[in-house]
Ligand binder design. Structure first.
Ligand code: NAD
Ligand code: UDP
Length: 338
């Protein structure tokens, strides 16, 4: 069984990807400092797949700890690097913390890959690298724009660091996955997104309103230059997103990859109001909401062209939105004990 190191594997996307990797026959070892996740995620993963992933509790910014852990797992054939801090607003307030965590964890990972001859890395990038796009949908060729937050900047910098590393060391192969808006949860309701405090993101905010934890959803602006005036995003089911990592690794194992970049979205934009209505229709739960001011820094509309991932990776977003909504609600009900 091919072994994969999953940095940040206890987190939202990492836990779903671990499930997908195990189901595809990979052996997973998770490196995580649990700064934004919980240890019992390992139990939940093993309840779903029947296999408990190996676990190393460590901080990827700690070079000695990384060296020790990589030496124990130097038979791995690849690394998926999810470990990062991801709150956009917090990154504006604490840029040093964000640069240190997100950049140092990547540098240590690449250094250990070189040291222990581990050839493949899949990196979690983001649609944020496109800023406000001139043309929609965005393709991998669309220009990158200067980031509006240190968080976004860490993604642009990380992409550059990985490219330069691959150029200098052809034994390293990289796939950069630019996620659009991941939502939903595993159909079992055992793993999902666990925001700490008030959620910044739309989907967890919606499910918390539905659960009665928050009084109402605040919709940030209805005066955008879009068909219904609300912002548009490309919401991608987290289970589909997880499958893309398996597809990327299989692709790298088969083909001689240098650096490849893929957008991961559905190819369709949905407005905030369309998402709200889809949640209500799928769950039968009415969502109280209010229209409030625009949130500074929000991109009016963005959605992906994912043709390249379809063609090269054989990957497709396939979960119907209704199912994604039901899974998100099932997870929230489990978390809230409803
Ligand atoms: P998450 O916070 O749920 O998961 C990240 C995991 O990494 C957590 O388990 C956390 O404890 C761990 N971690 C963070 N810093 C670490 C460190 N220094 N050492 C060890 N472990 C560390 O986030 P997520 O939503 O699963 O995101 C995963 C990746 O995808 C991140 O790189 C994020 O920037 C990127 N991404 C996420 C989204 C999104 O909307 N969720 C969108 C685009 C890109
Ligand atoms: N949004 C909203 N209310 C919220 C959270 C988000 O109206 O409480 C909107 C936000 O303006 C954006 C969309 O929902 O148009 C998606 O926001 P999110 O933070 O989930 O993702 P982003 O695309 O900003 O990374």
């Amino acid at each position: 069984m091919a072994k994969i190191i999953v940095n940040g594997g206890c987190g939202y996307i990492g836990s779903h990807t671990t499930v997908a990797l195990q189901n595809a026959g990979f052996e997973v070892v998770i490196f995580d400092n649990l700064s934004n996740s919980r240890l019992d995620t390992l139990d939940k993963i093993s309840e779903i797949t029947g296999i408990r992933p190996e676990f190393e509790q460590l901080d990827c910014t700690d070079k000695q700890a990384m060296q020790d852990a990589f030496s124990r797992h130097n038979d791995a054939i690849g690394v998926i690097h999810f470990a990062a801090l991801k709150a956009v607003g917090e990154s504006v307030e604490k840029p040093i913390m964000y640069y240190r965590n997100n950049i140092l964890s990547l540098l240590n990972t690449l250094e250990m890959m070189e040291k222990f001859n581990i050839p493949n890395i899949v990196f979690s990038s983001s649609a944020t690298v496109y800023g406000i796009p001139d043309e929609l949908p965005v393709t991998e060729e669309s220009p990158l724009r200067p980031a509006t937050s240190p968080y976004g900047q860490t993604k642009i910098m990380a992409e550059t660091i990985i490219r330069d590393t691959v150029t200098a060391n052809p034994k390293i192969h990289a796939v950069l996955l630019r996620y659009f808006n991941p939502i939903g949860a595993h159909p079992s309701g055992k793993i999902g997104e666990l925001p700490i405090g008030v959620p910044n993101n739309l989907m967890p905010y919606i499910t918390q309103v539905a659960a009665g934890i928050r009084e109402r959803l605040n919709i940030f602006g209805n005066d955008y230059d879009t068909p219904d005036g609300f912002c548009i995003r490309d919401y991608i089911d987290v289970n589909d997103l997880a499958e893309a990592h398996v597809a990327a690794l299989n692709h790298m194992i088969k083909k001689d990859v240098t650096v490849e970049i893929y957008n991961l979205g559905t190819g369709h934009g949905l407005s905030v109001m369309e998402l709200v209505k889809a949640f209500e229709a799928a769950t039968g739960v009415k969502l109280p909401y209010a229209i409030t001011a625009r949130r500074p820094g929000d991109v009016p509309a963005i959605w992906a062209c994912s043709d390249l991932a379809n063609k090269q990776l054989g990957w497709y977003a396939k979960t119907p939105l209704e199912e994604t909504m039901r899974n998100a609600w099932k997870w929230q009900k489990n978390v809230s004990g409803i």
